[in-house]
Design a protein around this ligand. Structure first.
Ligand SMILES: NC(=O)c1ccc[n+]([C@@H]2O[C@H](COP(=O)([O-])OP(=O)(O)OC[C@H]3O[C@@H](n4cnc5c(N)ncnc54)[C@H](OP(=O)(O)O)[C@@H]3O)[C@@H](O)[C@H]2O)c1
Length: 340
């Protein structure tokens, strides 16, 4: 991933490993990806498409989103992925969605919550309820977030799936509600589901490593108060999301999904600085809590992510210092009060 172009990055994110092919081989009918127009949906849809193509299968991959960004639908069409432009707040649009055995749910709303908390709550509760009802006979792998946990001690155990869901802030609590609504539908209708508590997918165009690297590159201080974090290569996260499909069950299987290491913001910034020949500047100091997930359940089921932290850091340093594109969607990893 050093010196790669956007096209080569997409290629790397969409190349199916044998374990993905094995799962996709057993899927039947269309794969429907809801909320596909965001940061993860394109490469996840691309991975599913590539896997089906590699197996000689023409079952459609259908990306559903509002596609508010100009040109975003074309990206899918160019790769053989069908699209449906739909606002999932609209009951008629939900009713018209295609039947399928396999739903990947990526819809979410986080940023802008402090300006309009009502829409965050609505997006993260009403849409899950509508989708869980519409697809009560399907398998649903629904993305959640590590934000459902409160901050935990950086010297103590990370949050396992059994940790109380008592975060602060409206977005994290709306994310808890998103999970509980899926869970309730799963329990009520025996709908098989997986709830995926993802923390920090790393693409080179966005993500926590991208954010730290840009600050170092631009000479901006790197905030240290949230001094530790987990992250996972987006290609690994996408592969794991597809590999979770056969594990859907009722009540839902809940899995933390991220890298196993609790990385230090300071150490990562220093390493990025070394690679980019820039001296990092810091602000504040490390507090003794952070959002950290225990990923043993997921790793026991699916193994470790294959992309190393070292590889992600090197590729990010190269990407940012070569002035390659940014999505301009910062993670705001420094936020500690749940206000986004
Ligand atoms: N990326 C990460 O590192 C990360 C980390 C933790 C958790 N997650 C979770 O993983 C999921 C996917 O992540 P992401 O980064 O791809 O999220 P994202 O960039 O926010 O994408 C979600 C997409 O959902 C679509 N959407 C929102 N409201 C909709 C509506 N009313 N009707 C139809 N589509 C709607 C939007 O696309 P349109 O504008 O095209 O409609 C939006 O871009 C999110 O739910 C998030 O909670 C992601």
């Amino acid at each position: 991933m050093i010196h790669c172009s956007v096209a080569e990055l997409d290629e790397a994110l969409m190349s199916p490993i044998p374990e993905v092919l094995e799962v996709v081989r057993n899927l039947q009918g269309p794969v429907v990806i809801l909320g596909a127009g965001g940061k993860m949906g394109p490469s996840l849809a691309g991975l599913a498409r590539r896997a089906l193509d590699a197996l000689g299968r023409s079952d459609p991959v259908i990306a559903v989103s509002r596609f508010r960004e100009a040109g975003s639908r074309q990206w899918f069409h160019d790769r053989g992925i069908e699209t449906i432009a739909a606002d999932l707040f609209d009951p008629l649009a939900v009713a018209a969605l295609p039947d399928t055995d396999t739903v990947l749910y990526l819809v979410g709303l986080k940023f802008g919550t402090s300006q309009n908390p009502a829409v965050t709550w609505a997006a993260n509760t009403l849409i899950p309820a509508a989708i869980a009802t519409r697809y009560c006979r399907s398998r649903i792998v629904a993305l959640s977030t590590g934000n459902v946990y409160p901050l935990v001690s950086t010297s103590g155990p990370a949050a396992s799936e059994d940790h109380p869901l008592t975060p602060i802030g409206e977005y994290p609590n709306a994310a808890v509600a998103r999970e509980r609504i899926f869970e309730w539908h799963s329990r009520s209708n025996d709908t098989p589901m997986v709830l995926v508590r993802l923390s920090y997918a790393v693409d080179l165009r966005y993500g926590i490593l991208h954010d730290i690297a840009r600050r170092v590159w631009l000479g901006q201080p790197v905030p240290l108060a949230t001094g530790r974090f987990n992250c996972i290569w987006q290609g690994d996260a996408n592969a794991m999301i597809l590999r979770m499909i056969p594990h859907a069950c009722h009540p839902p299987l809940v899995l933390n999904l991220t890298g196993p290491e609790a990385l230090s913001v300071r150490d990562v910034a220093l390493e990025l600085g070394r690679l980019m020949h820039r001296e990092p500047h810091f602000s504040g100091s490390e507090s003794d809590t952070a959002l950290l997930s225990d990923t043993r359940r997921c790793r026991d089921l699916l193994g470790d992510p294959t992309t190393t932290v070292d590889d992600m850091i090197r590729a990010t340093a190269d990407w940012v210092s070569q002035d390659r594109p940014s999505l301009g969607k910062p993670t705001h990893f420094e936020v500690r009060n749940g206000i986004y």
